[in-house]
Design a protein around this ligand. Structure first.
Ligand SMILES: NC(=O)c1ccc[n+]([C@@H]2O[C@H](COP(=O)([O-])OP(=O)(O)OC[C@H]3O[C@@H](n4cnc5c(N)ncnc54)[C@H](O)[C@@H]3O)[C@@H](O)[C@H]2O)c1
Length: 257
């Protein structure tokens, strides 16, 4: 019996937010290599163009090209315009990955109002802005897969990250609510909660801090961007058609509850 490849995304259109580096860059690259037409956004035009060129240079000739949009996800109108333009260009958006995120860490005593507002605007409102922009098209098509990047910090809290933890916990409540709203339209909304993944975001930690974290991780290593991509591929594939509103932890067992 021949079986079709569940990870062949030829004909699908994906929007990845925050795709210029780290997890988002790997997600954009991987989805494009699996046949999807990928659009990714970020705030740095030059870097975005560079990443798009790099991805396109690795693609087989038949694969759809990857494109960059310079968009700040905290800007409601800009997100709506981006989605309108993508749909005009490619007809649909099948996959949305709400990945863009920032940290502005400090203890509550020292946390500034702007640290709170910026993290909420990018990490949480960004999810709302992009999900709201794509949902009408997905409902019309009776198909959609939304993945939002939370964090184990949103589940367990972390000293010095009250703003980040609150935004990441908010993403879970938001994603589960829309999962309930649109499940009957064949739209799934799931959450990936990574633990510590090796990216520029976590590179700032010194070796001592990294060793300390490894002690908290049963598999004894930090995660890789690939570990997160594999979880996303599964959730976007038909193998996960009956899974919605779930939090998939990719954390090496760091938080087993
Ligand atoms: N790296 C980790 O250990 C880890 C752990 C848990 C969760 N996460 C989450 O995964 C996601 C990706 O993390 P990462 O480590 O790759 O981060 P990163 O800092 O390496 O990359 C974040 C991306 O988001 C983009 N971005 C930032 N602000 C933006 C804005 N306003 N509009 C559009 N794009 C914007 C950046 O340009 C970059 O491309 C984030 O949401 C992060 O919170 C990461």
């Amino acid at each position: 019996m021949t079986q079709s490849n569940p990870f062949d995304f030829t004909g699908k259109v994906a929007l990845v937010t925050g795709g210029t580096r780290g997890i988002g860059k790997e997600l954009s690259t991987t989805l494009a290599q699996h046949g999807a037409r990928v659009f990714f956004c970020g705030t740095n035009q030059e870097l975005g163009n560079q990443v798009a060129d790099t991805i396109n240079a690795t693609l087989p000739q038949d694969n759809a090209p990857t494109s960059f949009y310079q968009v700040d996800v905290s800007d409601f109108k800009a997100c709506g315009d981006m989605v309108t333009n993508i749909i005009a260009e490619s007809g649909q958006i099948d996959f949305l990955i709400n990945n863009a995120g920032i940290t502005r860490d400090n203890l509550l005593m020292r946390l500034k109002e702007s640290d709170w507002d910026e993290v909420m605007a990018v990490n949480l409102k960004g999810c709302f802005n992009c999900s709201k922009a794509v949902i009408r098209g997905m409902i019309k098509k009776r198909y959609g897969r939304i993945i939002s990047l939370s964090s184990v910090i949103g589940l367990m809290g972390n000293s010095g990250q009250a703003n980040y933890a609150a935004a990441k916990a908010g993403i879970i409540g938001f994603s589960r609510s829309i999962a309930r709203e649109v499940a009957s339209r064949n739209i799934n909304s799931n959450i990936i909660a990574p633990g510590y993944i090796q990216t520029e975001m976590t590179q700032a930690m010194d070796e001592k801090a990294q060793d300390k974290i490894k002690e908290l991780i049963p598999v004894s290593r930090l995660g890789t961007v690939n570990d997160v991509c594999n979880a996303a591929l599964f959730l976007l594939s038909p193998m996960a058609d009956y899974i919605t509103g779930q939090v998939l932890q990719v954390d090496g067992g760091m938080l087993i509850a």
